[in-house]
Design a protein around this ligand. Structure first.
Ligand SMILES: Nc1ncnc2c1ncn2[C@@H]1O[C@H](COP(=O)(O)OP(=O)(O)OP(=O)(O)O)[C@@H](O)[C@H]1O
Ligand SMILES: [Mg+2]
Length: 366
């Protein structure tokens, strides 16, 4: 999958911008705060209709403008034009100039593996961050997953709100709670099964990647879920047992919304025992595994975005990673220091230099 071009209107510090990309490697250089991340963020917004920089959605709209528009042509088997228009309170998406009414029909068409300096903290971060990553990846593999997860979250919200009703009104019907619980379990089991399969897929690559990157054998991801290894009946019993606590706390204490996964190196949890470097290497191995799963399972090469990794990893490591990535994967690298990029990579890349909302192509000479 390749993004051939990108057209922006009032996106962050770009009033208007049109870029064409290299089908293989693209390097975006420039000093801090010039708009490098904004470019890769726009590619991400084109795919997911929202930013990976988790703040309010409208912050991507250029100051004082009332809307932002991101357009791009994606080439897979065929070429398709994608468009995302975001206003303060609304969002519109189009494929080949036709409005797509349901967001879930738009998402999962453009596949991206994103790797930011933030990701290197994944192991130490909250379970919520780790779940988010799995959700984003799985949604790209399966449109159904996204639909089921969205439905699960809706039922969870209903159940939580009904628990509060039950707390305030002891006479409210327990039958309705039981209906919501059954729905939650049905959907939860599906989510669980998707996640379990996905983590198994990751495990068939991540160990070997870690061995290549860090020279140590034995890395695996360990999926932790309330549902693991339990039958539907056993799960029902768990909810029954937790019911009183659920009512008192006004929230559902069991379910896949609490799922998590550990990174384990030969039985040692990297969160507790891993060095900084080991943790970073494990994340890199995970990201590389994601690319391989895309290639093997979906027969698609995703677009790879590496934002600002040179600030977090040493030169040698990052150049190794970049050489490890085959030429058929379209890659975007942002950096403040072109010196850190190996000559070999520079020669095979389109280098774009960014300065305060304008971008120009640099011709790199040996
Ligand atoms: N909504 C907005 N409207 C106008 N400018 C914005 C908006 N949001 C962010 N910016 C500007 O974009 C710039 C930051 O861009 P970006 O994050 O792409 O920088 P960068 O080149 O990646 O920098 P670094 O090397 O520090 O990561 C800042 O100067 C910021 O003021
Ligand atoms: Mg940046």
């Amino acid at each position: 999958m390749i993004i051939l071009n990108l057209k922006l209107l009032n996106f962050r510090n770009y009033e208007k911008l049109e870029l064409e990309f290299n089908p293989s490697k693209n390097i975006i250089i420039g000093p801090n705060g010039m708009g490098k991340t904004n470019i890769v963020e726009a590619i991400y917004v084109l795919a997911f209709t929202k930013s990976f920089r988790g703040s309010k959605e409208e912050v991507i709209i250029r100051n004082n403008a009332d809307l932002t528009r991101v357009e791009g042509t994606i080439k897979e088997k065929y070429k398709n034009d994608y468009k995302v228009i975001i206003r303060n309170n609304s969002k519109r998406v189009k494929i080949n100039n036709t409005n797509i009414d349901r967001l879930t029909d738009y998402l999962s068409n453009i596949n991206i593996v994103l790797f930011t300096a933030e990701d290197l903290k994944l192991i130490k971060d909250t379970p919520n961050t780790r779940r988010k990553l799995i959700n984003i990846e799985l949604s790209q593999f399966s449109n159904d997953y996204l639909k089921i997860l969205t439905y699960y979250n809706k039922v969870l919200k209903q159940r939580n709100s009904y628990l509060k009703t039950l707390y305030l009104n002891g006479n409210a019907s327990l039958e309705y709670l039981s209906i919501l619980t059954d729905q939650l379990i049905e959907l939860g089991l599906k989510v669980h099964s998707y996640r379990e399969d996905f983590i198994n897929d990751i495990n068939s690559y991540v160990r070997n990647n870690y061995l290549k990157i860090a020279g140590k054998d034995g890395l695996i991801l360990n999926y932790k879920s309330d549902y693991t290894g339990k039958t539907k009946e056993e799960i029902k019993k768990m909810y029954e047992k937790e019911k009183d606590r659920d009512v008192v706390l006004g929230k559902t204490n069991i379910g896949v919304h609490r799922d998590d996964y550990d990174f384990c190196l030969n039985d040692f949890n990297l969160k507790d025992y891993g060095s900084e470097g080991e943790q970073k290497n494990a994340i890199i191995s995970l990201k590389m595994a994601e690319i391989e799963i895309f290639k093997d399972k979906k027969k698609i090469t995703p677009i790879l975005i590496l934002d600002d990794l040179f600030s977090e990893l040493d030169e040698e490591k990052i150049n190794n990673i970049l050489e490890f990535i085959s030429d058929d994967i379209q890659t975007f690298v942002t950096t403040t220091e072109l010196d850190k990029v190996s000559d070999k990579l520079k020669e095979n890349s389109k280098v774009m230099s960014v300065s305060n909302g304008t971008v120009k192509e640099e011709i790199y000479e040996k």
